[in-house]
Write a protein that binds this ligand. Structure first.
Ligand code: ZN
Length: 58
């Protein structure tokens, strides 16, 4: 049986990001595999790059 070496297997794929949801102000969690962030409150999904841009403009 072949072993699939998953680099994320031993760590949570979610990394708590230091950003707030632009919809509800909840905390965003970065979903490292897909380069997305998910709000823990309203479950809105944002692209990480968009979040960085928005915070930089603020
Ligand atoms: Zn939200």
């Amino acid at each position: 049986m072949a072993e699939f070496d998953n680099p994320y297997a031993e760590e949570s794929p979610f990394v708590r990001a230091h950003f707030d949801c632009s919809d509800c102000g909840g905390k965003l969690w970065e979903y490292a595999i897909q380069g997305q962030m998910v709000c823990e409150d309203c479950r809105s999904v944002f692209h990480t790059a968009d979040v960085f841009e928005a915070q930089a403009d603020a």
